[in-house]
Design a protein around this ligand. Structure first.
Ligand code: ADP
Ligand code: MG
Length: 163
């Protein structure tokens, strides 16, 4: 597991931009954390890093946004999804095994529906605990599967936050 601490929205976004260097088509990234943790902000940084010009926001009502950045980026937000059956209707299983990069906000809602291997990023703020600044976030990055373990190694080499 890798742990990164950010102290501003800009830093979380910059970490997302770092992720763009190691991610590619066919990969899956799960994003977990409360409302306002910074999941979408991280995706915005990632999209910027991938050279995506579209505006990136949580697909809270549409569940899925698709961006084009050299390869398709499938940005899911499962927050409002009530039933795992709906995942089929929105093409979740296809898109998480496709030619693009899948990013899933609230991936912990339907853990059994996730593919076997992915990068799992959990964002926590310490606001409840009254610790530190309201802009402090702890990002934990975990790899499931050998491919993603390798990616974590690459992330350590390329990302300044991890030095
Ligand atoms: P989520 O998608 O997890 O619900 P958003 O990315 O939409 O969260 O929003 C995160 C909010 O928290 C933004 O308003 C952002 O400015 C604020 N924020 C404050 N500090 C940070 C930080 N260190 N990292 C990310 N967001 C932060
Ligand atoms: Mg969001």
């Amino acid at each position: 597991m890798l742990e990164i601490k950010t102290t501003s929205p800009e830093e979380t976004s910059a970490f997302g931009k770092c992720l763009a260097k190691i991610l590619s088509a066919g990969k899956v990234v799960c994003l977990v954390g409360d409302l306002g943790a910074g999941k979408t902000l991280l995706v915005q940084g990632l999209a910027e890093g991938l050279g995506i010009a579209d505006s990136v926001h949580s697909p809270t009502f549409t569940i899925l946004n698709v961006y084009e950045g050299g390869f398709p980026v499938y940005h899911f937000d499962l927050y409002r999804l009530e039933n795992a059956d709906e995942l089929f209707d929105i093409g979740f299983y296809e898109y998480t095994e496709a030619d693009g990069l899948a990013i899933i906000e609230w991936a912990d809602k339907f853990p059994k529906e996730l593919p076997d291997e992915y990068l799992w990023i959990e964002i926590r703020s310490n606001v409840e605990k009254n610790e530190g600044s309201v802009e402090d976030r702890v990002l934990q990055v975990r790899a499931l599967g050998a491919t993603y373990e390798q990616l974590c190694e690459e992330l350590k080499q390329t990302c300044q936050f991890l030095r």
